[in-house]
Design a protein around this ligand. Structure first.
Ligand code: BTN
Length: 336
């Protein structure tokens, strides 16, 4: 197996994280540019450049090179140091790769998977420039407002079971949002998180497998947290936790909880198998049973009523003629 690669091009410079930590630990106190430069080991002009960069990410750092800097508010950045200290003992607390900006955390995690990175590696971005969605779509990933994370797993399962991890991640995200915000997310088979009839988030699972065994799986989870508005083409179909609740939510708290929930669900899935996912998914998803839907899978379009999940987690639909079909892939929409 190739040697694990721990530093990837583009990951956040540890010294930027140190700068944030230094400012956060001394919040509201002015610290001179010279002291910051000395403590984190860069020039004063680099400190200025990085402060500007952090401001673009929504960090409320006041001041300038002559006066020094201070934080008006502790920022909600998903820095690896902070996460590691909150995730002690967790599978996901050891190998955290953070990007201020990357194309896609799934793309990075895939690369890590091929390079032999161990199970439990986490890739996080504050912004994605080419976030990937299901069926070749893009995932709008505005800077500093959503959660964009991908987890690398090496489960001893067969490839046909991998899609269960998508549904499982949906359950973990749902439980997280319920616990942190009190809001109740619906799950639309196989990978959508829905809130107030709009899309809040989604999961994109990709894998590298042999015919009978999985080499690795990556589970990419994205959901909208503090977005105030969306591009025109998404306004009617997308929402965020903030848009629904009228207040901002801590991405750090949501992410820590998500990784804990995911770890519990994952261990349970490995222990108990598919039913630990399918039964719970059926219990909480309004789409799993009795929903009038339109299904399209490229060539074919049909309508029917959902009739539960198969043991592998595929959706069953009772077509108008009475025949029950299993949806393997395709778009499922509530019939209007
Ligand atoms: C979908 O609903 O179509 C799936 C969206 C998945 C988006 C997440 S954001 C983190 C990870 N990185 C990506 O490029 N995509 C997933």
């Amino acid at each position: 197996m190739p040697k694990p690669k721990t530093t990837l091009p583009g990951t956040t410079d540890r010294r930027i994280t140190a700068l944030v930590t230094l400012l956060a630990e001394n919040a509201t106190i002015v610290i001179s540019g010279a002291r910051i430069a000395r403590e984190i080991g860069v020039s004063r002009s680099t400190v200025w450049r990085w402060v500007e960069r952090l401001r673009e990410l929504g960090v409320r750092a006041k001041g300038h090179p002559r006066t020094g800097y201070f934080l008006e508010k502790v920022p909600d950045l998903l820095t690896p140091d902070m996460l590691k200290s909150r995730l002690k003992g967790s599978l996901f607390g050891k190998h955290i790769h953070h990007f201020l900006k990357t194309d896609s955390t799934n793309r990075v995690a895939m690369q890590l998977g091929y390079a032999g990175e161990p199970e439990g590696a986490v890739v996080i971005a504050e912004e994605q420039t080419a976030g990937r969605g299901r069926a070749g779509r893009t995932w709008h990933s505005e800077r500093g407002t959503g959660i964009y994370v991908t987890l690398l797993l090496r489960p001893k399962i067969s490839p046909v079971q991998a899609p269960l991890l998508t549904m499982m991640a949906g359950l973990s995200a749902r439980a997280t949002i319920q616990a942190q915000t009190g809001m109740s997310v619906d799950l639309k088979w196989p990978n959508d998180l829905m809130l107030a009839g709009k899309k809040l988030g989604g999961i994109l699972t990709e894998m590298h497998a042999e015919p009978t065994r999985v080499r690795f799986v990556i589970v990419g989870i994205g959901f909208n947290v503090n977005q105030e508005k969306f591009p025109a083409e998404l306004t009617a179909i997308a929402t965020s936790l903030r848009a629904q609740s009228g207040r901002t939510h801590s991405r750090m708290e949501l992410l820590v909880r998500l990784l804990r929930e995911f770890e519990n669900d994952y261990n349970r899935f490995l222990r108990e198998g598919a039913t630990s996912v399918t039964e719970r998914f059926e219990a909480v998803s309004s789409y799993a049973r009795g929903k009038q839907v339109n299904v399209s899978n490229g060539a074919e379009h049909y309508s029917g009523i959902t009739a539960g999940l198969s043991p592998e987690g595929l959706l069953r639909v009772k077509r108008e003629a009475g025949e029950i079909v299993t949806v393997i892939a395709g778009d499922v929409k509530e019939a209007s």
